[in-house]
Design a protein around this ligand. Structure first.
Ligand code: CO
Ligand code: ZN
Length: 332
């Protein structure tokens, strides 16, 4: 599974340009799927199983896209100014390397600041792609780039760009592999454009029209020096989301998840995330509304070029999802 994660995190797929990632996922799931289609927004929708009398139609969603940068203008000396695709954090950018979709690489430089302890805002940063003039610049306005970083293994911990959310893409693929039988009609959705406002999941949820929804995504942790104020820690198991900034999980879904984890002796944590949301929000608010929850993978340094997860949490998330989906669901 680590090889699969490495392949996925090193693939290029900023929001709206998920084709390369989708092709990798398609190749992995083709043999496991009962049916597979791509909708107008590029979501890959994979059906597994048919609805038995005691089953439900369940939508699982993991977004394929990653945050990125987009060129806004090129100056006369060939320096590229840019803005963000999704929630870039400017203080993580200076000195980093980026790769454009056309294969061009560049480094991020910053204007000289009078106050040397100040942080560069996006407007004070630029990309240097090695060009000496505007004409020579191999990048044009509208070209998109992503962080250029290979995956790193640090003991149990895996570090990469786009762990948000390729680690969850890998988890859903692994669940498809491990799930032997299910009473449910399962729709595994590999969604697009989450980082710009859960747009892919919005249309996918409308199309699938599920009875129940589960997003799989990363969440922050409170275990770094003077970090986020939250109870989630790396390596203590997948987190069952109770609340984030855009969604309240259905309490019956939370009980279904925590009860199953306890019965199966799978470690888990409870998550309250004060900023950000996931595809579960889009599923919850589709049509006349859907009960939803979210299985979250604890992740340090989210939206930086070095996002860190613990491989044990990844394996436990797979185990929990397989248990959840193997049996009839009773929401009470
Ligand atoms: Co994100
Ligand atoms: Zn995400």
């Amino acid at each position: 599974m680590k090889t699969l994660i490495k392949t996925l995190v090193e693939a290029v797929g900023p929001s709206g340009h998920e084709t390369a990632v989708r092709d990798l996922v398609k190749a992995e799931v083709a043999k496991l799927a009962d049916e597979m289609r791509v909708d107008a927004l590029g979501n890959l929708i994979v059906r597994k199983g048919v609805k038995q009398p005691d089953g439900m139609r369940i939508m699982l969603s993991a977004h394929m896209d990653e945050i990125g940068l987009i060129a806004t203008h090129i100056d006369d000396n060939g320096f590229i100014r840019f803005t963000s695709i999704g929630g870039l954090r400017p203080h993580t950018l200076l000195g980093g390397r980026v790769r454009f979709l056309n294969g061009v690489s560049g480094v991020i430089g910053g204007e000289r600041l009078e106050n040397t302890s100040a942080v560069h805002g996006l407007e004070k940063l630029f990309i240097d792609a090695g060009a000496a003039s505007k004409d020579e610049c191999p990048v044009k306005v509208g070209d998109m780039a992503i962080f250029d970083r290979p995956m790193l293994e640090l003991g149990h911990r895996l570090v990469a760009k786009s762990m948000d959310n390729r680690v969850s893409v890998a988890i859903l693929i692994e669940v498809l592999r491990k799930l032997k039988k299910t009473p449910h009609e399962l729709y595994f959705v590999f969604s697009t454009q989450e980082e710009v406002g859960v747009r892919g999941a919005t249309t996918a949820a409308y199309g699938v029209d599920p009875d129940l929804g589960v997003a799989v995504d990363v969440t922050g942790t409170g275990d770094t020096p003077k970090g986020l104020r939250m109870a989630v820690q790396l390596g203590r198991g997948p987190a069952v989301k109770v609340k984030d900034a855009g969604m309240l999980s259905d309490p019956r879904v939370v009980r279904w998840m925590t009860g199953t984890a306890e019965e199966s002796k799978i470690p888990y944590q409870l998550e309250i995330l004060e900023g950000g949301s996931t595809d579960a929000r889009a599923i919850q608010l589709t049509r006349a509304g859907v009960p939803v929850g979210c299985v979250s993978i604890p992740c340090r340094y989210i939206h930086s070029p070095s996002e860190m997860v613990d491989f044990k949490d990844v394996q436990n998330a797979v185990a929990l999802l397989v248990k959840l989906l193997s049996k009839p669901v009773k929401l009470d």
